[in-house]
Design a binder for this molecule. Structure first.
Ligand SMILES: Nc1nc2c(ncn2[C@@H]2O[C@H](COP(=O)(O)OP(=O)(O)OP(=O)(O)O)[C@@H](O)[C@H]2O)c(=O)[nH]1
Ligand SMILES: [Mg+2]
Length: 668
């Protein structure tokens, strides 16, 4: 069982140096968790009569221990019995580090693995292992259990955790264990502190004559008697009537202390376990919540690299935030790499949305979609319009970027990878969501160095990032291929098409033109095309007669020298140049040859000359007759009649009885 180390931040400074965190014990039922805490603190953490009668922890229990020369440490005792797994889950995110316990006689049991799994999703950075009940077995058996444990713990934070044997009946090495515990408390620091007082309620009860009492661990800011707090999700304001710590009434509670609050302004039925008390109001947030999650290796591989909806899995799929445990109705996952995913978690109840807060998604029936991570205060992605989707995704990426400064314990040493994976996700999606699939604008507000980093981080053959634009290379290549195909088609149909026509027929996509000129030129040149001034062309093609036809063309032109009476008709031309019918039709299409009608054909050059002569004559004389045209051109009626009819049609001339006069379009 290998797990990722999603949240380790080695060498990260402990921001709460000198103040003690909350520690916890984890492990299979009956493996000695409560007994160890009693030995350590002198107080049995089991508080319910039923628990004491059955010798089994049901609810979360608490014990206090003050290491020499340090402040008091709170311990959370959790039930190991699988029936009370939910209670364990409600407690685990309240711990800053934990002690994993395995009884030497039983060895690794299902509960051990379940708690181990939850601990990995909780993302602890420090831990310690106790092999308990060593008085019941041989030293060889202890060693065997240790070996077996190390196999399970390898690749996890527990791998480096100190391991101690322990016998409650003969706790000789308790001083040594205490020393290691004090060190762990010192190192662990505090996780998930928000800059305001926040207090997840883990127990609620009433005391006759006093009213509602809740218990929990205070974080963020100290509170005092008389302070008003907001109850989430209920929304009402409550007041602290009394503060109780370690059975003593106090005026003020310090952060990170375990404290009981006697509240006024509230009835028992208005508050439950998992509710949150805060010094500022928290917006209630039903619906979808974005989260950045870490999965055990291999579990994301079956989720394809796209959003995948994991539909309601029954009440077994829960999200744990603080001590709140909510039912997940659907989970939308987008893997970013082998172990990280951006997700949208749907819940039907109000969730205490605190950005950056740890969460665990837990499926009791299977490990596949169990994971842990951080909530991101990103807008709901699904159900948004295309444009908003992109914005939402960008916002999410920025939040991830911002919430993952190097060295922070947010996603720890995986932060850089996760951040660039998140950006890659944004880029992939902006390409997908962009109206122009081949190119898209990188989210504008992203810092330049971020873009730079993206450019470096992405596989070279996948993207080009230029001037804030990003393009899938594959898609650009497709665009270039398309241009090439169209050009070939055009040149096939019209071998004499000039660069102008080619450029007009194959305009470079508007979006592509946003890429720098040099980048485009490089792209097209690579494909054997040329690119200049916004147009794509084929080197050596266009703008004239293709080389293979040039000889024939010269010989055809030769036939139109001298006396028009000897010009070949179209039929004769085709007979004399039987292999050039394609060339002849190209020449006719391009205007190099002009078919006047009834087989009378001349070159474009001659046509131009004749028209110029006629126009000149008309300018001088105001009118022209057929015989005058014949004299001018030295051509027969066979040429002159259709020519004049053409000119009439074009409006260059107009027929007036037997003569032509300048037409409406004469001057053009
Ligand atoms: N011989 C021996 N018995 C122990 C030791 N530790 C605990 N026990 C006994 O084992 C039983 C269970 O111990 P607990 O401390 O209640 O176990 P737990 O892990 O808290 O169990 P849950 O609350 O169900 O998770 C009790 O009867 C303890 O007296 C030990 O080191 N040696
Ligand atoms: Mg117990």
């Amino acid at each position: 069982m290998q797990f990722p180390r999603p949240f380790l931040a080695e060498g990260a400074p402990n921001p709460y140096n000198g103040r003690m965190p909350v520690l916890g014990v984890l492990g299979h039922t009956d493996h000695g968790k409560s007994t160890f805490l009693e030995k350590l603190t002198g107080v049995n953490p089991m508080h319910l009569p039923e628990e004491r009668k059955r010798g089994l922890t049901i609810q979360l229990g608490f014990a206090y221990w003050t290491p020499p020369g340090a402040e008091q440490v709170t311990f959370i005792d959790v039930p190991g019995h699988e029936r009370y797994l939910r209670n364990m889950l409600r407690g685990i995110l309240g711990m800053d580090a934990a002690v994993l316990m395995v009884a030497a006689d039983d060895g690794i049991m299902p509960g051990t693995l379940e708690h181990l799994r939850a601990s990995l999703f909780a993302g602890f950075e420090h831990g310690m292992v106790l092999i308990t009940k060593t008085d019941l077995v041989t030293p060889e058996r202890v060693e065997e259990v240790r070996q077996e444990l190390m196999e399970y713990l390898s690749g996890t934070l527990w791998e480096k955790a100190p391991v101690f044997p322990f016998a409650a009946t003969k706790p000789d090495n308790l001083p040594e264990i205490k020393q290691a515990l004090a060190q762990m408390a010192q190192d662990a620091g505090r996780r998930d502190e928000q800059p305001f007082a926040h207090y997840f309620i883990d127990r609620v009860f009433t005391i006759k004559g006093e009213g509602v009492v809740v218990t929990g661990t205070l974080r963020g800011q100290p509170v005092q008697v008389g302070d008003a707090l907001h109850l989430f999700p209920e929304g009402r304001e409550v007041r602290i009537r009394k503060l109780v710590q370690d059975n003593q009434e106090v005026e003020r509670a310090e952060i990170h202390s375990r404290v009981g609050l006697n509240l006024s302004g509230i009835k028992r039925e208005q508050v439950s376990t998992g509710d949150l008390l805060t010094s500022t109001t928290i917006k209630p947030s039903k619906g979808r919540h974005a989260a950045l999650l870490a999965f055990p290796p291999g579990h994301l591989s079956e989720v394809k690299a796209d959003w995948k909806r994991l539909e309601k899995r029954g009440p077994e799929l829960n999200i744990i935030v603080g001590s709140a445990l909510l039912t997940v109705s659907s989970l939308l996952i987008h893997p970013m790499d082998d172990t990280h995913a951006l997700a949208f978690v749907s819940v039907n109840e109000d969730m205490p949305m605190m950005p950056g807060r740890r969460c665990i998604i837990y499926e009791t029936a299977a490990i596949t979609i169990s994971c842990g991570g951080r909530l991101v205060d990103a807008p709901d992605y699904a159900g948004l319009k295309r444009r908003r989707k992109l914005e939402a995704l960008t916002e999410a990426a920025q939040l991830i970027e911002r919430s993952l400064p190097a060295g922070s314990d947010l996603l720890g040493d995986a932060s850089a990878a996760a951040a660039s994976a998140a950006l890659r996700l944004v880029i992939t999606h902006s390409l997908k969501l962009s109206e122009r699939p081949q190119l898209s604008l990188l989210p504008g507000q992203l810092e330049l160095d971020t873009r730079q980093r993206v450019a470096e981080g992405l596989e070279k053959d996948v993207y080009i990032v230029a001037d804030g634009f990003v393009a899938a290379r594959g898609k650009l290549a497709a665009e270039v291929e398309h241009a090439k195909r169209r050009l070939t088609e055009i040149l096939d149909a019209n071998p004499m098409a000039g660069p102008q026509e080619l450029g007009k027929v194959v305009p470079v996509d508007a979006a592509m033109r946003l890429l720098p000129e040099a980048e485009l030129a490089r792209l097209f040149t690579q494909a054997g095309l040329e690119f200049a001034e916004g147009k794509v062309g084929v080197p050596g093609a266009g703008g004239g007669i293709p080389p293979k036809w040039r000889d024939t063309y010269e010989r055809i032109k030769e036939r139109f020298r001298g006396d028009p009476g000897r010009f070949p008709t179209l039929t004769v031309l085709k007979q004399d140049f039987p292999a050039a019918s394609r060339l002849i039709s190209e020449l006719l299409a391009s205007g190099e040859l002009v078919h006047l009608g009834a087989g009378a054909v001349i070159t474009g050059e001659i046509h131009e000359k004749w028209v110029a002569q006629i126009k000149q004559f008309l300018s001088r004389r105001g009118q022209i007759s057929i015989s005058e045209v014949k004299d001018l051109t030295r051509a027969s009626r066979k040429y002159v009649i259709p020519l004049m009819e053409q000119l009439d049609k074009k409006g260059v001339t107009r027929r007036d009885g037997e003569v032509r006069k300048p037409g409406a379009r004469f001057a053009e």
